[in-house]
Write a protein that binds this ligand. Structure first.
Ligand SMILES: Nc1ncnc2c1ncn2[C@@H]1O[C@H](COP(=O)(O)OP(=O)(O)OP(=O)(O)O)[C@@H](O)[C@H]1O
Ligand SMILES: [Mg+2]
Length: 309
């Protein structure tokens, strides 16, 4: 559905996207992740045909975004980072206008607008002036706009920004329900959301692609794979050294508490050191107050992939 080959974008004095290539297949929901300034919005703008690349090609549904822009665009629903809107129009007028602009047949416009108003939970606000809407409501008008011509590809640049937790959940459900029928490329900074919603993740950093895989695989390959937290009563001597010597433990930090001590053990990818830790506790007559295994999260992977160069 999306084919990007050797795409580069140079702004005057700054290269935002450096020779990236990737594909998104029909029906995939792909999370597009990266820190501020990584090049996500730049890439999405190019994919949607709103910004010309410096070099490289983008095909959408087989059509070159710039040479066959009308055909390509008819497949794309794009939610930009800052939704430009006509603030003195009413919601339903705006959506009808946008639908007509995008080539929806006039006999179909009323129905399509009704559908997206419902999908985006905007029926109560259909007669409201856009300028009077809250930020989250405006964001949902942007989403309705992206979907109004029933495109088979959605390119959504931070669709949940400005939404409250209930609405975030609604938008997530909405995106998940589009799966199979539509292809989605979505950028977001909310990582737990990505794990739930996306079949694959592309991580971009400083204009280059750092990873492209399922969240599960990224978690498996993650270097500093896990952490064990151990809380002991009292402050036994040498506990730190004993814990550090356990197989699979990479390093240990120690924190003295009022009546005990807390140890954080960073562990290797595939080690399960809990039983060894408990054995060490028995051997040394430590009183264990609590022990907990913390699995790596997508956030750990993200930090790992996008720190430094
Ligand atoms: N018109 C421009 N002229 C010069 N530099 C620009 C221009 N637009 C963007 N940039 C730079 O390109 C880089 C990538 O910007 P982009 O908006 O693509 O990042 P992003 O990944 O979407 O970040 P965020 O998470 O903050 O939205 C940034 O360093 C930005 O300052
Ligand atoms: Mg951005």
């Amino acid at each position: 559905m999306i084919e990007v080959v050797n795409l580069t974008k140079r702004y005057p004095g700054f290269t935002a996207v450096r020779d990236i290539s990737f594909e998104v297949a029909k029906g995939e929901i792909v999370g597009f992740l990266g820190p501020n300034g990584a090049g996500k919005s730049t890439t999405m703008r190019i994919l949607s045909g709103y910004l010309p690349p410096t070099s490289g090609t983008v095909r959408i549904a087989g059509f070159d975004v710039f040479e066959q822009s009308i055909q390509a665009r008819s497949h794309i629903g794009y939610l930009p980072e800052n939704t430009p809107m006509y603030h003195d129009m009413r919601v339903h007028e705006y959506l009808r206008y946008r639908a007509a602009l995008k080539g929806v047949e006039s006999s179909q416009i009323k129905e399509r607008v009704g559908d997206v108003l419902e999908m985006c939970d905007l029926l109560e606000k259909e007669r409201a002036i856009i300028g009077t809407l809250s930020k989250g409501q405006r964001q949902r008008v942007g989403l309705a706009d992206a979907m109004v011509h029933d495109p088979d590809l959605l390119i959504l640049d931070e669709p949940t920004i400005g939404l409250d937790p209930n609405q975030i959940r609604q938008v997530r459900e909405l995106i998940k329900n589009l799966a199979n029928r539509r292809t989605v490329l979505v950028s977001t900074h909310i990582l737990p959301e990505v794990e739930i919603m996306c079949s694959r993740v592309i991580v971009i950093h400083k204009g280059r692609i750092r990873a492209s895989d399922t969240a599960d695989n990224l978690l498996k390959q993650h270097r500093s794979a896990g952490e064990v937290r151990l809380e002991l009563d009292g402050q036994p001597e040498n506990a730190k050294e004993i814990l550090a010597a356990i197989k699979g433990v990479k390093d240990v930090s120690e924190k003295k508490l009022d009546s005990g001590a807390l140890y954080q053990l960073r562990t290797d990818a595939d080690s399960e050191p809990i039983s060894a830790v408990l054995q060490a506790a028995r051997d040394n007559h430590w009183q264990v107050q609590a022990i907990e295994r913390k699995k790596p999260t997508l956030e750990d992977v993200f930090v790992d992939l996008t720190q430094g160069d």
